[in-house]
Design a protein around this ligand. Structure first.
Ligand SMILES: *Cc1c(COP(=O)(O)O)cnc(C)c1O
Length: 234
């Protein structure tokens, strides 16, 4: 099947058809133009995932206001203010420093911002996220009790980039285990396990994902020459 020749609406319905009803689909639209998001919106999609604050803010201004914007990429603290007034969920909280900065910006906007804790399970060293042991220490130290404007809704993670199903399943099972261990610390609204992308979301659903982040399968391959990846670190 050639994705290029299928419409976005068609791809979207193909992906939706493979998902159980209780699993939320985040359409990852990073690098794709507003017209592409509009096509998905017209096909009923309301949740979009972006990885860069500037790009998300531009798209948010240009598209209908009932869209839920999810930040899925690594977030620099100095860019939170671009998205704080409207972002629905930040998937990628990977440090206490970032959580504190989100708390400050959310308070300034008079909002509560929902977040996920990103946990590192993949074999690659390049993948971001908390080391689980450090995360447990942080959670036990209970700084969340003081964060009135940040609500921790669950866990996010990325599996090892491989075609080996056993490795992928192992990583997703590990994320599910972390999710279950953290649950007692956060209460009833800790209900989101975000894992799985275009090539591996089927395994993620098998392992208990409540939310999947699917990009290229819906929108086609990304063209990074149109919107180059940022090179500079924070
Ligand atoms: C880009 C991205 C996705 C979507 O990847 P596809 O392979 O295009 O589905 C999902 N999650 C994160 C964190 C991403 O950065």
């Amino acid at each position: 099947m050639n994705i290029e020749q299928n419409s976005i609406a068609c791809q979207l319905s193909l992906v939706r058809a493979t998902l159980p009803e209780q699993v939320t689909l985040v359409a990852v639209s990073k690098t794709h133009p507003v017209e592409a998001l509009r096509e998905a919106y017209d096909a009923g999609q309301r949740i979009f995932g972006e990885s860069r604050p500037q790009e998300m803010a531009e798209k948010q201004a240009a598209l209908p206001q009932d869209i839920e914007w999810h930040m899925i990429g690594h977030l620099q603290t100095n860019k939170i203010k671009m998205i704080a007034p409207f972002v629905a969920l930040i998937h990628s909280v990977d440090s206490a420093h970032l959580a504190d900065a989100i708390q400050r910006e959310a308070a300034k906007c008079g909002r509560t911002i929902d977040v996920l804790l990103e946990i590192r399970v993949a074999a690659e060293e390049t993948k971001t996220g908390w080391n689980f042991t450090e995360l447990m220490q942080y959670v036990r130290s209970a700084p969340f009790a003081r964060m009135n404007n940040v609500r921790v809704r669950g866990v996010m993670g990325i599996a090892t980039n491989t075609t080996d199903a056993q490795v992928i399943r192992h990583d997703f099972a590990e994320l599910k285990r972390c999710f279950d261990m953290l649950r007692p610390y956060f209460g009833a609204r800790f209900d989101t396990l975000s894992m799985g992308m275009s090539h591996d979301y089927g395994y993620a659903v098998e392992c208990g994902a409540t939310m999947v982040r699917v990009g290229s399968l819906i929108f086609g391959e990304r063209d990074y020459t149109a919107r180059p990846e940022p090179v500079a670190a924070e």
